[in-house]
Design a binder for this molecule. Structure first.
Ligand SMILES: [Zn+2]
Length: 149
């Protein structure tokens, strides 16, 4: 099969990175955190751009000018992570957030079951308490918190 006949999602050239985002929750959290902060993933890891300053002097040794060049923040790898994140998201189901290739597969009807739910006892206690105040003035203005007995 020739390359280019099956374009990767969003033009991402790193299917390996997309697979890592899908299979490594900590990696997904790392890349999404960098995105949320607007910084390169490597900067999230502590990397700082190198700066190089060159000085130009006149014939008497006086400084004429200095030029500082800073290494670009976004490396090719950082850009690849962001492209992989976009591709990862484009493959998610808008309903359940899972892998759309799995949950929306044409042969997936009947392939999934829902086990009995787990009850959140904090939410239960909060709902019971809030029901007692539903007829009070402006119940939406009440501030709630839950404590353990
Ligand atoms: Zn789904």
């Amino acid at each position: 099969m020739q390359r280019g006949l099956h374009p990767e999602p969003h033009g991402c050239r790193s299917p390996f990175l997309i697979r890592r985002l899908a299979s490594e929750p900590a990696t997904l959290v790392r890349i999404e955190t960098a995105e949320r902060l607007g910084i390169a993933p490597r900067r999230l890891d502590g990397w700082e751009p190198a700066e190089t300053t060159t000085y130009e002097h006149d014939g008497d040794g006086r400084l004429v000018r200095s030029v500082t060049v800073r290494e670009p923040e976004w490396s090719e790898q950082d850009r690849a992570w962001m492209a992989a994140l976009a591709a990862h998201r484009s493959g998610r189901c808008p309903s359940c957030g899972g892998d759309a290739a799995v949950c929306c597969a044409p042969d997936g009807d009947g392939a999934f079951v829902v086990p009995p739910p787990t009850r959140c006892h904090v939410t239960t206690a909060l709902a019971v308490a809030q029901a007692q105040y539903q007829d009070s003035p402006q119940p939406q203005a009440l501030l709630w918190h839950v404590e353990r007995r």
